[in-house]
Write a protein that binds this ligand. Structure first.
Ligand SMILES: Cc1cc2nc3c(=O)[nH]c(=O)nc-3n(C[C@H](O)[C@H](O)[C@H](O)COP(=O)(O)O)c2cc1C
Length: 481
């Protein structure tokens, strides 16, 4: 049974020994970060701060901050199960004959049941606040010492494509400027930014934006997924939780939000208005620089009678977002293989903070194959940001970074095997020559072929024979080792 809301998820974590309640006062300014950072780095539990200083609303953090918590969040024994369900759907072919078609019906019905539903009443609207509501009523964190202020770090930001009418939900941090306005940090490549550009193109003065904070975990998680434009995150959330997401119409704007949200901030962004946002201690482990971003204006806040404020912190890896990203890597691999069936596996090690490093193993079939894969990845949605791609042969386990470093470094002639290219880079890249534009590097660390101009012999990998290993197993004991 899918979690009805955030409280049910918190209860499940608690039941499994994965939650710690903090019953005394802790300051959302810096102190909660220090707790959350230590907890994630020591494999500790999710945290529920029952008395954050300055607010009556508890703070929940680190709900996704380990592989185990991701599994509890998505109600699976392993996130590979979700990848398996995707493969099943992708492999579904139109069956032969009437019986086969009838057998398909339950699957089609199951897929139909992922679509969101709209309710007429919702827990997230138990309280509808007026002008008196201030964003400072929320226990919003200041995460790191040099942050420009307090930031909402786990918001589900909803907007609508003015051309297609389709909704988008993305996770974009929001810096509180004052009681009624906040920064809207959608980076230029993201769907919120695209909706904003289209609104400007159509000459609209305003763009409706609604922000949900805290919901069932699959719905929260869906906001970070790198989906193609116009694919509804709420439908994917329905697929993940295997139950439709229930939505409710906002009170003051033309958008819907998850009915089970804890807190909803309804409002708009004025087209053309920007304000300096940041710096913010970011998931690169560095402060992202201040930049100009649109301003969110609050028109109406709604919430539960006793809401919980959901947050995360990012910073020097690994943090909670690493585990969220690792699950994305596993869940999206089958979809990537749809385009690139030669890809065996991919890994994005924590130190690469997602966009800096992707390790890819391939079944190499023709000269130049590794370079074809690099270019395809640079053309694949948000994988375009990947600063460094290392392509290895299929016998290399890319989940084992030491093995990749050992084999890749052995296999390259740097001048020959490194491919540089230029293109869009992650907005958080502080080393690129320009904001959002810079170079990327691919390393072809596959075994080189004569067809690639390599005619020298290629040595075999050193491995002891199984027979000798077995003999020494016995001798080992005899030697008292
Ligand atoms: C904790 C967390 C915070 C994030 N903050 C931002 C942000 O401030 N701005 C941004 O553009 N992307 C941010 N992202 C990444 C986006 O949520 C992600 O790229 C998502 O796929 C964007 O959705 P979209 O493709 O619908 O725009 C964040 C991700 C996580 C996990």
């Amino acid at each position: 049974m899918a979690y009805r809301d955030l409280s049910e998820f918190i209860a499940a974590l608690e039941e499994k020994g994965e939650l710690k309640r903090i019953p005394f006062e802790v300051d959302p300014v810096l102190e909660i970060t220090e707790f959350a950072d230590r907890a994630v780095k020591s494999g500790g539990p999710a945290l529920l701060f029952e008395k954050p200083k300055g607010s009556a609303i508890p703070v929940f953090i680190n709900g996704f901050a380990s592989a185990r918590k991701m599994e509890i969040a998505l109600e699976v024994a392993s996130v590979e199960e979700i990848a398996g369900r995707i493969v099943e759907i992708l492999e579904t072919r139109m069956p032969e004959g009437l019986i086969g078609k009838i057998k398909m019906l339950p699957r089609l019905a199951e897929m139909g049941s992922f679509f969101p539903r709209t309710l007429s009443q919702a827990p997230c609207q138990e309280i509808v606040s007026g002008e008196e509501f201030s964003l400072f009523d929320l226990p919003v964190l200041q995460c790191w010492p040099e942050d420009a202020g307090r930031f909402i770090t786990l918001p589900l930001v909803f907007s609508r494509n003015p051309d297609t009418g389709r909704r988008n939900c993305g996770m974009y941090r929001m810096q509180i400027f004052d009681g009624r306005t906040a920064g809207m940090h959608w980076q230029t490549h993201k769907q919120g930014a695209e909706h904003y550009r289209r609104s400007r193109h159509h000459g609209r003065a305003r763009m409706d934006v609604a922000v949900a904070i805290g919901a069932d975990p699959a719905t929260m998680y869906s906001a970070i997924l790198p989906l193609p434009p116009d694919l509804d995150e709420m439908m994917i959330a329905g697929f993940l939780r295997q139950s439709p997401v229930e939505m409710i119409r906002c009170r003051s704007c033309d958008l819907e939000v998850p009915a089970n949200a804890e807190i909803v901030l309804e409002g708009y962004v004025e087209v053309g208005e920007t304000r300096t946002e940041g710096p913010f201690g970011d998931h690169t482990g560095y402060y992202s620089l201040a930049g100009e971003y649109p301003v969110f204006h609050l028109t109406c806040a709604t919430h539960r009678v006793r809401p919980i404020y959901a947050a995360t912190i990012v910073g020097p890896p690994p943090m909670e977002d690493f585990y969220m990203g690792k699950a994305v890597e596993r869940i999206f691999l089958p979809l990537m293989r749809l385009q690139l069936p030669e890809v065996r596996d991919i890994a994005m090690p924590a130190e690469g903070v997602f966009h800096n490093l992707m390790l890819v193993s391939i079944r190499k079939s023709y000269p130049g194959h590794a370079r074809k894969v690099m270019h395809a990845i640079w053309g694949l949605g948000q994988a375009m940001f990947t600063k460094c791609i290392v392509v290895v042969d299929e016998d290399v386990d890319v989940q084992n970074v030491r093995e990749v470093a050992w084999k890749a470094l052995n296999h390259i002639d740097p001048e020959r095997d490194i491919q540089f290219t230029l293109g869009p880079v992650d907005s958080l890249d502080h080393a690129s020559r320009l904001q959002d534009y810079g170079s990327k590097m691919g390393i072809d660390a596959t075994r080189k072929w004569p067809g690639e101009g390599f005619t020298r012999p290629w040595p075999g990998e050193i491995k002891m024979s199984e027979e000798v290993k077995r003999r020494v197993d016995a001798l080992w004991k005899r030697a008292g080792l």
